[in-house]
Ligand binder design. Structure first.
Ligand SMILES: Cc1cc2nc3c(=O)[nH]c(=O)nc-3n(C[C@H](O)[C@H](O)[C@H](O)COP(=O)(O)OP(=O)(O)OC[C@H]3O[C@@H](n4cnc5c(N)ncnc54)[C@H](O)[C@@H]3O)c2cc1C
Length: 259
């Protein structure tokens, strides 16, 4: 059972940095960390390989400046190896190009299963996993809250507003997992030490057989025309308990489809 997990390395959300004034993209020339959204995918993959009793977890990441701090965290959790795609030509890549690059890096791995997060914490277009599936011509399942391997297919519980759908999907396939559905393990000291000697295969655009002119700004099918500040959150409503507060809270939760 070989599982590839796509992991994005992002600027620390506690110190998100700034946008480049000219390109309007996030400055990523800082230390990057493992996106918390992807720690759930890593945990799920490790549990699937454990349950299968054989195989391994391989990480794939596209990141600037050969950055591997986030990969080290996932390797310390227990992944066996990583493929890191880094190349100055990739700067300005939109989400479809990102998916094409990641798909090219995955191809050589011939995995049984590819796991990604539902959406990243910095870009959160929530499109990359399904685009990877499209490029690799594989089926995909979104918003998975649990995955169980059954022979040559997977049984997936797919989160919905009302509960979940049970989906059966043939392997190999791409599954995006919902954040918060498993408890990602903390890397142990032994894991952190072991991660230092695990293989990280660094690849450039040329190594993947791709044309540098088809990626980055040159290959982007989208332009960032404007960036505006997000609206401030409005103050919440305070409900005083006059003996009927529970009814107001229940109706608020119903209106927002929480219950
Ligand atoms: C024209 C244009 C130019 C851009 N230029 C830049 C730029 O110069 N610098 C910049 O930082 N951003 C840039 N972006 C944003 C960048 O395209 C997205 O951040 C990136 O494509 C991933 O999209 P996302 O974060 O929305 O992924 P989502 O679809 O929200 O991510 C879902 C999951 O896909 C996987 N995934 C996503 N990205 C990666 C990755 N890189 N490696 C491994 N797995 C991944 C992860 O599992 C993740 O949880 C640009 C966007 C546009 C439109």
């Amino acid at each position: 059972m070989n599982v590839v997990v796509c992991v994005k390395q992002i600027p620390d959300p506690a110190d998100p940095g700034a946008l480049d004034a000219e390109t309007k993209t996030l400055k990523r020339d800082v230390k990057l960390i493992l996106d918390e959204s992807d720690s759930y995918g890593v945990e799920m993959a490790l549990q699937l390989v454990d349950a299968a009793g054989e195989g391994e977890v391989t990480l794939v990441s596209m990141a600037p400046n050969n950055e591997r701090s986030g990969l080290s965290t996932a390797l310390a959790m227990g992944a066996a190896s990583a493929v890191l795609v880094s190349d100055p030509a990739l700067q300005g890549s939109d989400s479809l190009t990102t998916a094409k690059v990641i798909a090219a890096a995955i191809k050589d791995q011939s995995p049984d299963l590819i796991i990604a997060g539902s959406e990243s914490s910095d870009g959160y277009t929530g499109t990359v996993p399904e685009q990877i599936a499209g490029v690799l011509d594989m089926p995909s399942v979104t918003a998975a809250k649990s995955i169980e391997v059954d022979g040559q297919s997977v049984n997936v519980q797919r989160q919905t507003d009302a509960g979940h759908d049970d989906v059966v999907c043939p392997m190999p396939c791409v599954i995006s997992v919902t954040a918060g559905v498993v408890e990602p393990r903390y890397p142990s000291f032994k894991g952190i030490m072991a991660a230092k000697s695990k293989p990280v295969d660094e690849k450039t655009v040329a190594d993947l057989g791709m044309d540098a002119g088809a990626v980055g700004w040159a290959g982007a099918g989208q332009d960032i025309v404007e960036v505006t500040e997000a609206e401030q959150r409005e103050a919440g409503e305070i409900i005083e308990d006059d003996g009927e507060a529970f009814a107001k809270i229940v109706s608020f939760l119903e209106e927002n489809k929480v219950i």
